[in-house]
Structure formats: C-alpha cells, structure tokens
Design a protein around this ligand. Sequence first.
Ligand SMILES: [Zn+2]
Length: 170
Amino acid sequence: MPEKNDHYYMQLAIQEALKAQQIGEVPIGAVLVCQDEVVATSFNLRETLQTTASHAEMLVIDKGNDHFNSWRLEHCTLYVTLEPCQMCAGAIVQARLKRVVFGAFDQKAGCAGSLMNLLEDERFNHQVEVRSGVEEAICGQLLSDFFRSLRQKKKALKEKNRDEQSQPAE
Ligand SMILES: [Zn+2]
C-alpha cells in the first residue's frame, strides 16, 4: 500500500530535515524511493554550499541520477518535507518522476499546488502525481520553529550591538 508507506518515507525525510537544522540550514529534507527501496536521501544545503540549486530536491535528484546512471527517474517517488519551488518542480518534471509526496505547503513559493501546479499541468509533456500534506504538521512546525529561533537570534544580536554602541566612550 503506497499510502501507508508515504508516512514512513516522510519520516525519513523529516530525519533529513533535522540534519539540515543541526547545521543551521532551513530544515527541509528529501528522500528518493524506487520500488520500495530508498535510493537517495538529502537535505537543504544552500547556506553551506552557497549554490542557488542546492535545495533538498535537487540534491536528491542528482544522487538518483548517479545511482541509476540516468537522467530519467520515471519509477521513483520523491518525498520532501516542504512543497517544491519552481526550480525543483521544473527539475522533477524534467527527471520524469512518477510521484511527489510533500509535507507542508509553501504559500510563498510552492509550485505543486499553492502558487501554481507545475507538476500536474497537462500542457507539459509529462505529469507527476502529487500527494500533499503528509505529516504536514510536523514538517511545518520544524520550519516555523527554525524561523522563530532565527528571528530571536537576530533580535538578540541587534540589542547587543545597540548596547555596545550606547556605552560611553573612554
Ligand atoms: Zn526548490
């Protein structure tokens, strides 16, 4: 039953997201599964690598290409904790993926249903089946916790700088 397994594989993607969080990256994780086998796992590394394309989905597709020695990943399902952006959705279509399962919706950048749906657009030569909202609460919580703590850190830093500046000069 693929629906049953979706939760299991999304848990693996959440583990990947936690790895990103541990190194200060926005916590987004991805897992590539082919015929009930985990082919690749990855997580967002944009800050670490300082490359625009190092989103979790792009990295996991890269690994999948290496694994199969093919640009076509037509029997694979990609699990990702956050709705894919336009770049990743584009790559997912190009890779001819069979299915995408995502956790949280991204109202500001999501291209698998929120802003648009690149994956199921009939005008393209390939459509990707989408299942959304799997483990949505956990995936979303990870992100909101991360951004809250980031804001708190920034605020603390700002206050520290202000205090230092207001010290009387010797
Ligand atoms: Zn992306």
